[in-house]
Write a protein that binds this ligand. Structure first.
Ligand SMILES: Nc1ncnc2c1ncn2[C@@H]1O[C@H](COP(=O)(O)OP(=O)(O)OP(=O)(O)O)[C@@H](O)[C@H]1O
Ligand SMILES: [Mg+2]
Length: 238
């Protein structure tokens, strides 16, 4: 099942924000669980020495859909090639969770062949200032030329800070593709090694609807992603 180290047919989604606790791992695990349900099994790469993503994978029930977990804690010049070596052939989507407090060199390395970057941002004044500085740096200094989008996380709708975030990001030409509410459902799902898409629908309907906007954006972007036999996402999960 080992693939060619240079295969370039993978959809690589990097979840990035050097600010701690903004929801990177939550977003990464929930996307992985979505793609696992949809098939084929995605790969979830944990670059955080704390290994939270790995622990989440270990908690997954035996009968849950498969996710290929890869712990890539050693960030080296050749890290990207190294993890590609371990991605199974059947996988088409790779979700890359990154740790907080990354330096510029590590960011360059982790994003060098990403297809897109998702940046979760908490809507506090401090987090917004931090995130917008980071995005400006990412776009201007590293000249990252693939799509970058923000996910406003743990948000109450129509707050002053969300309006502020929108205004700043408009100037940076970076869209907010989804606004996720603060919801205990993420914690309950994580405790079980699941994502919200794997929870009883009536309990997580609101969260799924919000997360669907991220999936829609990714689907439009990642044309290489095969849609499975059922064809329509809504038919799978409704
Ligand atoms: N939308 C949400 N609603 C409620 N709780 C959330 C939400 N998103 C994240 N959390 C919680 O916030 C905490 C931090 O989230 P998470 O671990 O995903 O952040 P992180 O960016 O990966 O942190 P780190 O930078 O330390 O890796 C976790 O306890 C998580 O369960
Ligand atoms: Mg994390």
């Amino acid at each position: 099942m080992i693939i060619d180290p240079y295969r370039d047919d993978l959809n690589k989604i990097v979840i990035l924000n050097p600010k701690g606790g903004c929801g990177k791992t939550t977003l990464a695990t929930n996307l992985a669980s979505y793609y696992a349900l949809r098939g084929p099994p995605p790969a979830l790469i944990d670059n955080d020495p704390n290994g939270y993503t790995v622990r989440w994978l270990e908690k997954r029930p035996r009968n849950s859909c498969e996710i290929h977990g890869i712990a890539n804690h050693k960030l080296s010049i050749h890290a990207t090639r190294t993890w590609q070596l371990r991605i199974p052939n059947e996988t088409s989507t790779v979700i890359i969770d990154t740790p907080a407090a990354l330096g510029r060199h590590e960011i360059n390395e982790l994003t060098s062949d990403a297809d897109c970057i998702l940046i979760p941002v908490l809507p506090s004044a401090m987090d917004i200032r931090y995130a917008t500085n980071f995005i400006a740096e990412l776009l201007l200094l590293t000249q990252f030329d693939r799509p970058v989008a923000v996910v406003a996380n743990r948000t109450r709708q129509n707050t002053h800070s969300l309006t502020m975030l929108l205004r700043i990001l408009t100037n940076l030409e970076t869209p907010i593709i989804a606004v996720l509410r603060d919801s205990q459902n993420y914690l309950h799902a994580a405790d079980l090694g699941l994502g919200i898409y794997e929870m009883p629908y009536h309990r997580v309907k609101k969260d799924v609807e919000q997360m669907d906007l991220i999936i829609d954006w990714l689907d439009q972007l990642l044309t290489r992603t095969p849609v499975n036999g059922l064809g329509m996402r809504n038919e799978i999960f409704s």
